[in-house]
Design a protein around this ligand. Structure first.
Ligand code: PLP
Length: 494
């Protein structure tokens, strides 16, 4: 049965997958959700015989039902190729008491590559299928990693342009350099004087600005999104949860049908939501452990049923998780409200007007299977240090949030369920914080010097993604206020 995508804020209408990908976000501000969850039609033992691309196809075909087999396979072939530095694409490492699912072997060494290496192919295929004549302009807010991964994917893609907004001063040195050195005739990178939530809100406002859209259409442009609000990002992420499960079965680590936990370092709630979708299509998941850093708005939500963003925004050493408005939670809210778009719309209205909302007891009941946790800056640094000292495994600051949360969870719950920790970035992307944790002192040295020291200390090669930017020329230096984001987009399209 074909899957139709509807807005979380309006039960009328409905789009095919390819149309939802082109549009990105619903015109009412809601996010597109599937009208039902399909079920995997291959057994775990069949999937275990496939490689990453094979599994990705089996998952994506269930959700992107208006793409032909040929179209999907074309997209998958071109996405998961030598851009990744390992043939497995998403390898698992067993360290201490958990499996680390390494999603950082792509071009920009963060997990955003898993979806953003395929989104440009899905987008251009969708545009062709739907006879879209305008040029598609991707507008993206980034907490650091989406920006580069989207730029790398969309640079010089015919029929597309891309503008990225990042919080100036709110990303790591490597993250910033990766973005501002981006080449391509169709790209623009803008720092904003604000945080990630400001950037994301600004982009959402541009999407909701119908007048601007009409103007742009006349000039031959239409906007779309590369943020995880786009189902073209969310659906490819479901694949690695399925892949991880089938690898554990294949390697004899678990039996077919045995339940496992996933611990996910969470910001915008896209990654962990993909885990929830994997559970819905048939992967045996016991708990999804949602790990937050000191911006623990999600932890508080899972504890109390109250989502309250009225609090201080904290800059941490896991900047890609410094978020107080987790956009994709809206999709979960829609599900636990019993797919009630009116209820969901009211709660989101309260969030935008009052900065908070509270869910009902019945909704809280349906949150079973999610466990919230958080880790302080100190706990994360200690975790990086201790795991390296005990095992020689080095993790980045985001993965460390998940690892520290999992460690606390196991001690408190005594749960021995096999657990996958979703590892979202290479330690070389956040080397300063990682080195400070390993050496337990402040570092004055330049970031690139620290990168070389980390490499010498651990024997790990410096990834290409870092070498590429060491001496690259800075090509983007625009900085604007959050109120000027729209003007920057208009300027770019002149
Ligand atoms: C984006 C990101 C996260 C958070 O993922 P969400 O899908 O936003 O929850 C965690 N770690 C890293 C390294 C990221 O880039």
């Amino acid at each position: 049965m074909d899957i139709i995508y509807r807005s979380t804020r309006n039960s009328a209408g409905g789009l095919k997958a390819s149309e939802a990908i082109i549009q990105g976000i619903s015109t009412d501000g809601g996010l597109f959700v599937p009208d039902h969850f399909p079920k995997l039609d291959k057994s775990v033992s069949e999937l275990a015989k496939m490689d990453y691309k094979g599994v990705a196809y089996e998952v994506m075909k269930l959700f992107l039902t208006d793409f032909s087999e040929e179209e999907l396979k074309y997209c998958i072939e071109h996405a998961y190729d030598e851009k990744f530095d390992t043939e497995e694409i998403a390898p698992l490492s067993y360290v201490e008491n958990a499996y680390y699912l390494e999603l950082f072997h792509g071009k920009t060494i963060a997990f955003k590559d898993m979806a953003l290496s395929i989104l440009p192919y899905l987008m251009t295929t969708a545009a062709k299928k739907n006879h879209v004549e305008e040029k598609i302009v991707i507008l993206t807010a980034t907490s650091g990693d989406t920006g580069k991964a989207a730029l790398a994917g969309f640079a010089d893609v015919e029929g597309c342009g891309i503008v990225v907004f990042y919080p100036k001063g709110g990303v790591s040195r490597v993250q910033e350099r990766q973005m501002v050195t981006q080449k391509g005739a169709n790209v623009k990178v803008v720092g904003i004087t604000g945080n990630f939530d400001d950037a994301q809100t600004g982009v959402k406002q541009i999407f909701a600005d119908r007048e601007l859209q009409a103007q742009m259409k006349e000039r031959g442009y239409r906007f779309s999104s590369a943020n995880s609000i786009n189902i073209g990002r969310l659906i490819p992420q479901v694949a690695y949860y399925v892949f991880a499960y089938t690898r554990l079965v294949k390697e004899g680590r678990i039996s077919d049908g045995e339940k496992i936990n996933f611990t996910v370092p969470t910001g915008n709630f896209g990654n962990i939501l993909a885990g929830y979708y994997a559970k819905q299509i048939g992967i045996p998941v016991k708990n999804l452990i949602c790990a937050s850093n000191e911006n623990k708005v999600l932890f508080d939500f899972f504890e109390s049923g109250i989502y309250d963003r009225n609090r201080e925004f904290i800059l941490t050493s896991s900047p890609s998780m410094d978020i107080l408005i987790s956009s994709n939670l809206e999709r979960l809210i829609y599900e636990i409200a019993g797919e009630d778009a009116d209820a969901c719309r009211e709660l989101m209205k309260s969030l935008s007007e009052n900065g908070r909302y509270e869910i009902t007891d019945a909704m809280k009941e349906r949150l079973k299977g999610f466990i919230g946790g958080y880790a302080s800056e100190e706990e994360c640094a200690k975790r990086i240090h201790d795991v390296y000292a005990d095992t020689g495994y080095v993790m980045d600051t985001h993965t460390a949030v998940a690892s520290a949360v999992y460690d606390k969870y196991v001690k408190a719950s005594k749960d021995t369920t096999p657990t996958v920790i979703v590892s979202t970035a290479s330690p070389f992307k956040f080397t300063r914080s990682v080195m400070e944790a390993l050496e337990q002192k402040k570092e004055d040295a330049d970031d690139f010097e620290l990168i070389d020291r980390l490499s010498a200390m651990t024997g790990m090669n410096v990834p290409n993604a870092v070498e590429e930017i060491r001496n690259a020329e800075v090509l983007h230096d625009t900085v604007c206020d959050k109120e000027q984001m729209k003007d920057e987009v208009i300027k770019f399209l002149k």
